[in-house]
Ligand binder design. Structure first.
Ligand SMILES: [Cu+2]
Length: 170
């Protein structure tokens, strides 16, 4: 009987404690809901100054990723291989091929060099013809501007084993 009463009191105490905890939980749940609203406006003012700066940095970084594709590149030729043998540039960019060795850089495939614009070596190397990706003569330096997006294999026309490719992207 006594134990039962104590037990009953114990349960009542537990229930009251739970109600207090629940009320407390409700209080703290609703309280932070209100405080963050106030904090949000405060933080927003702060973030208005901070976040855009960070975002601008991020955007610049994002733009930089796009802009990191070079608009020009230099490839050297030692008489047996091009270095680097593959370069990526933006559309409208230029690639300069330099010696020390002489070379006759030309679009594939050998010997017609038709890949870049569909014209043959005899056609685009003729006097007064529209130039193509073809040096058209041996020399130690050759620069070509790539206006066509794509992957353009090239070789030394006089030493076909020396080859590489230019990747042109938007
Ligand atoms: Cu060739």
């Amino acid at each position: 009987m006594y134990n039962f009463v104590m037990s009953q009191n114990g349960w009542i105490a537990v229930i009251i404690a739970l109600l207090i905890i629940a009320a407390g939980a409700w209080w703290f749940t609703s309280q932070p809901a209100a405080v963050p609203t106030a904090d949000n406006s405060t933080q927003l003012s702060g973030e208005t100054n901070t976040t855009p700066t960070g975002d601008t940095g991020t955007l610049v970084g994002g733009d930089a990723v796009v802009d990191t594709t070079p608009t020009s590149a230099v490839v050297t030729y030692n008489g047996s291989s091009f270095s680097p043998s593959e370069v990526t540039i933006k559309k409208g960019g230029t690639v300069t091929f330099n010696g020390p060795s002489t070379m006759w850089v030309a679009s594939g495939p050998h010997p017609e060099h038709t890949n870049y614009d569909g014209t043959t070596r005899n056609a685009h190397c003729a006097a007064g013809a529209v130039p193509s990706f073809d040096q058209c003569a041996a020399g130690t330096s050759y620069t070509f501007t790539f206006d066509k997006v794509g992957t353009w294999p090239f070789h030394d026309h006089r030493s076909v084993g020396a080859f590489g490719k230019i990747v042109v992207v938007e």
